[in-house]
Design a protein around this ligand. Sequence first.
Ligand SMILES: [Zn+2]
Length: 73
Amino acid sequence: MKPRPRPLPAPFPSATVYVTTSRPRADWCPDCKAWTRFAGDVLLLAEDGVSVVGTYNGCEICDEPAEGGAPRA
Ligand SMILES: [Zn+2]
């Protein structure tokens, strides 16, 4: 009785990319009138280099959602 061949695990795709974020940097919040905001870059790490695909930001006091929230008047 022969052992059954095991199915091989799926290989990683050759174009493996990673999405990460840079360190947030302090930013001025006009509402708090203080350096309570933070902003950073969303980075895409691929085999051919790193590219910035977006940004994120917010305020630790106001805590405004950067996206998906209703615009403030
Ligand atoms: Zn604020």
